[in-house]
Design a binder for this molecule. Structure first.
Ligand code: BES
Ligand code: MN
Ligand code: ZN
Length: 501
């Protein structure tokens, strides 16, 4: 689907379908113009209560051909009730769900070419610039445009929608709207990159596959370079923890490093580190069978890192960001780690592996030590790290842990703003002793209590040299059930943070 911005009057645009809005049962300005052309059909729909006053309700109107206008179809979308505090405002959350349902209706129709009129809406929790509105539209359009089809040919996208024009009525707004469109589109493409990588099965999306995707991305921008370290090189670096996971698999583990330099040469980079376990069987501490297929999503941290880098490249953003992906497959085998094994991490600290299923922290701790060489401004790791985080926060919030409150606050704010929220969890010293081991500097598990906290405590022992935050996305990276699939979270949070850090 192509997205463009145009200035036009509601009735003059050459389009098959006009998408317009009603707020609190009142037609927005473009809808009023179209209503006039259509002899009051839209007002009649509102009067007759055929359109519910609920965000996302919508109604198709098919008009008889008329030489005065190109469109014969109108999609009237309800923005729902105005907020009590101000008569004409709605939350951006309601606005987004209205847009989403309108776009889904368009995608499900025979329409090839539609125009959406971006009337002045009053969003209560964000600025109402054409840029913000166009950004929201573009991201949602991209989101609706994605459908997994790589290994399911019979289900290839059957939608006809080729072109969506965002229409503003004031020439002064065009450039602003174009800016928003560009950002929203890049974010949407980043989110979809993350979803596609997450959804790909473990036999396709291997560590090597991830490495090749990272190399491919680098060929599309002179600002980006990709380096891939093999298991042999990982061993040479002394990454005994990483290796203890990778060695159980026939797939070679990879440390993937992407350096994006768009900012000042001297500016320190912000680093993002993704957990890239392309399949997590649990290893010798084998997971139970039911729903084990979902452990193909155990590389969603890495996928979100790829999504963010894709967006930065598309934007040619003026920032310095280094991305590190720790990619490996966690398998049981004759070469796999066993409970009780002790390994030495790149930091020199020794680790007793009491459970081979706590593998994420083992690959991440060495990647986090590797990050030190960049003297980073900040390091954020993203990982489907613990089932305990899902127990604590469910599917709505990403778990956030940090050794630096200013960094935590920035990430929390980006999450709020982008509707991709995180919730801060404690990283108190009191929890650290749960990691005590009789045979090494630490154990890799901390017992049944506060599992997401002790996992973060483990990582904190490798991140003392820089401001660091850990995002546990075990509950937010994918959805289960009928709509099983990767969500693309937390790309929106991360991109907003990195563009403004
Ligand atoms: N990848 C899993 C975490 C996970 C489990 C995410 C279920 C989403 C849903 C991770 O590697 C893991 O297995 N963690 C263990 C840690 C435990 C052994 C201390 C867990 O959460 O059970
Ligand atoms: Mn595991
Ligand atoms: Zn895992």
């Amino acid at each position: 689907m192509d997205l463009i911005v145009k200035r036009a009057n509601a009735n003059s645009l050459k389009t098959q379908c006009a998408v317009v809005f009603a707020l609190d049962n009142t037609l927005q300005s473009s809808a009023q113009l179209i209503d006039k052309e259509a002899n009051g059909t839209l007002s009649h729909i509102l009067e007759s209560k055929a359109l519910k006053n609920k965000a996302g309700s919508h109604c198709w109107v098919h008009l008889a051909p008329n030489k005065k206008r190109a469109y014969e179809h109108v999609l009237l979308v309800s923005l729902g009730q105005a907020e009590k505090k101000s008569k004409s405002s709605i939350s951006s959350k309601d606005y987004i769900s209205s847009i989403q349902s309108g776009l889904k209706a368009l995608k499900g129709s025979h329409i090839k070419n539609a125009a959406v009129y971006l009337d002045q809406v009053n969003l209560s929790d964000t600025d109402n610039s054409p840029s913000t509105i166009a950004q929201l539209f573009a991201t949602e359009a991209k989101r609706v445009d994605y459908k997994y089809a790589t290994t399911k040919a019979s289900d290839k996208d059957s939608s006809k929608l080729e072109k969506l024009t965002l229409v503003v009525d004031d020439a002064k707004q065009v450039n602003d709207a174009k800016k928003g469109l560009k950002l929203g589109q890049a974010l949407g493409n980043g989110i979809n990159t993350t979803r596609e990588l997450g959804n790909l099965p473990g036999n396709i999306c291997t560590p090597e596959y991830l490495a090749n995707q990272a190399k491919k991305l680098a060929t599309s921008s002179t600002k980006l370079t990709t380096k891939v370290l093999t298991e042999k090189q990982i061993e040479k670096l002394g990454m005994g923890a990483f290796l203890s996971v990778a060695k159980g698999s026939a797939q070679d583990g990879k440390l993937i490093i992407m350096e994006y330099r768009g900012g000042a040469k001297t500016a320190k980079p912000n680093v993002i580190v993704g957990k890239g376990i392309t399949f997590d069987t649990g290893g010798i501490s084998l997971k139970p069978g039911p729903a084990m297929d979902e452990m193909k999503f155990d590389m969603c941290g890495a996928a979100s890192v790829m999504g963010v880098m894709t967006a930065l490249v598309e934007l040619q953003a003026s920032v310095n960001v280094v991305a590190i992906i720790a990619a490996a497959e966690n398998m049981p085998s004759g070469r796999a780690s066993k409970p009780g094994d002790v390994v030495t991490s790149m930091s020199g600290q020794t680790i007793e592996i009491l459970n081979t299923d706590a593998e994420g922290r083992l690959v991440l701790c060495d990647a986090l030590t590797y990050a030190e060489r960049y003297k980073p401004k900040s390091v954020v790791d993203i990982a489907t790290l613990t089932g305990a985080c899902v127990v604590a926060l469910g599917n709505h919030a990403t778990g956030l842990f940090s050794n630096d409150q200013a960094l935590a606050d920035k990430l929390l704010a980006s999450g709020e703003k982008m509707h991709d929220r995180a919730w801060q969890m404690p990283l108190w010293d009191e929890y650290q002793k749960q990691l005590d081991s009789n045979f090494a500097d630490m154990a890799n598990i901390g017992g049944p209590q506060a599992g997401s906290v002790t996992a973060a405590c483990f990582l904190s022992r490798f991140t003392k040299k820089y401001p660091w935050a850990h995002l546990d996305i075990a509950g937010t990276a994918w959805v289960q059930g009928g709509a099983k699939g990767a969500t693309g979270r937390p790309v929106a949070l991360l991109l907003d943070y990195l563009l403004n850090a």
